[in-house]
Design a protein around this ligand. Structure first.
Ligand code: AMP
Length: 304
C-alpha cells in the first residue's frame, strides 16, 4: 500500500552538549520517508531551494522514495536550528527560516492523488490542509505538528484535526494543544478534537497510544550512544505508518505493533547526527531490535 508524505526537506543546525553540526540534512518529510521506505513505497511532497545538494537527495533516491512531488524553487531551502539541553530530552529552537516554504503551494502530481495512506508531517497546517484536499478518498490520514503551529496557526490546525484519523505529537505539544496537565488527560482530550487515534511521544521514555478506548505504553529502545535526537519523532512516525502500509491492518491491535516499530526506528536515528544513524539499518537489524523489545517487555503475569 503506497504512502504519501508532505513535510519539510531541510538543512538543520544542531548543538548538543558535546558537539555542533551546521547545515546537515534534515526535515520532517526526509526523516519520515527514509524510515517508512523500509516497509513500503513512499511518495514525497515538499519544496527545496536552489541551494539543496543533489547528493542529499540521492540519500532518498537510494531508498527508492518517489520524488516526483518534490519541487525546486528560487530561493533558499527551509532551515532550522536547535540546541539540546544537558538531559538531551529537552531542546530549544534557535531559529526557523521558512524560506521557500513561505510561498509554497503544493500541487500533487496526478500519480499521487489516489494514495491510500497519507502522513501530513510537521509543516504549516494550511499546507497540510491543501494536500489533504487534493487526495481522492484516502483510507487513513495521520498528522504531526509542533508548538510553532499550535501557537501560530491554531484555527487551521483545529480544522485539520477534525479531518484526520491519527495525530502523532510529543508530550509538550499534547499538553499545549489540549490544555491538559497530564498525558492520559491530553490523549483523551485530543481524541475529542477529531482523531480516533492519538500517539503521544515521550522521548527516551517512549510513547503512549490512545486508539479508540485502547491505551498502550511503549518504552524507548535503550540505545547505548545517544548522539542527536533530531528527527526521532518523524522517524517514529515513518516506522509507524510504514508498518501500517505494509500490513494494511488499522485495528487497535495492529496499531500497538506499529507503535513498537515506530519506537524501534527512532532508536536507530538518535545514534547519529542527521540521518546518519539510519544509513546502516537493514531489515535484519530491525528484526533484532524487535526481538529484543519483546524480550524487554514480556513477563509472566504471576498471581499477586
Ligand atoms: P523532530 O526532532 O522529530 O521534532 O523533527 C525535527 C525536524 O523537523 C528537523 O529536521 C527540522 O528541519 C524539522 N522542523 C523543525 N521545525 C519545523 C517547522 N516549524 N516546520 C517544519 N519542519 C520543521
Amino acid at each position: 500500500m503506497s504512502l504519501l508524505v508532505v513535510g519539510s526537506v531541510a538543512y538543520d543546525s544542531i548543538e548538543t552538549p558535546s558537539a555542533k553540526r551546521d547545515d546537515v540534512l534534515g526535515g520532517s518529510a526526509t526523516f519520515f520517508s527514509y524510515a517508512a521506505s523500509f516497509f513500503t513505497d513512499v511518495r514525497l511532497v515538499a519544496v527545496i531551494g536552489e541551494d539543496f545538494l543533489e547528493a542529499d537527495l540521492d540519500r532518498l533516491r537510494q531508498r527508492r522514495v518517489d520524488l516526483t512531488g518534490l519541487v525546486r524553487e528560487p530561493g533558499e531551502s527551509f532551515r532550522w536550528g536547535g540546541r539540546y539541553h544537558d538531559n538531551m530530552n529537552e531542546r530549544t529552537t534557535l531559529f526557523t527560516y521558512l524560506n521557500v516554504f513561505q510561498s509554497f503551494k503544493p500541487v500533487l502530481p496526478p500519480s499521487y492523488r489516489a494514495t491510500p495512506l497519507v502522513f501530513l508531517a510537521n509543516i504549516d497546517p494550511a499546507l497540510q490542509l491543501d494536500v489533504l484536499d487534493q487526495i481522492e478518498s484516502p483510507e487513513l490520514v495521520a498528522c504531526d505538528t509542533m508548538n510553532f503551529w499550535i501557537d501560530g496557526k491554531r484555527d487551521e490546525l483545529l480544522e485539520l484535526l477534525a479531518r484526520i484519523d491519527v495525530l502523532v505529537v510529543n508530550e509538550e505539544e499534547a499538553l499545549d494543544l489540549s490544555g491538559a496537565h497530564y498525558v492520559a488527560g491530553a490523549g483523551r482530550a485530543i481524541q475529542e478534537l477529531g482523531p480516533r487515534t492519538v500517539i503521544i511521544k515521550r522521548g527516551e521514555y517512549g510513547a503512549v497510544l490512545f486508539s479508540d478506548q485502547d491505551i498502550f505504553f511503549v518504552h524507548g529502545y535503550p540505545v547505548e550512544d545517544l548522539t542527536d535526537p533530531t528527527g526521532a519523532g518523524d522517524t517514529f512516525a515513518g516506522g509507524f505508518m510504514g508498518y501500517l502500509a505494509r500490513t494494511r491492518d488499522f485495528s487497535a491491535r495492529n496499531m500497538r505493533v506499529a507503535t513498537v516499530v515506530g519506537s524501534l526506528m527512532a532508536s536507530f536515528v538518535v545514534e547519529g547526527f542527521s540521518l546518519e544513524g539510519l544509513y546502516n539499518v537493514d531489515m535484519q537489524k530491525i528484526h533484532e531490535r524487535y526481538r529484543d523489545f519483546v524480550a524487554h517487555t514480556q513477563f509472566d503475569p504471576l498471581k499477586l
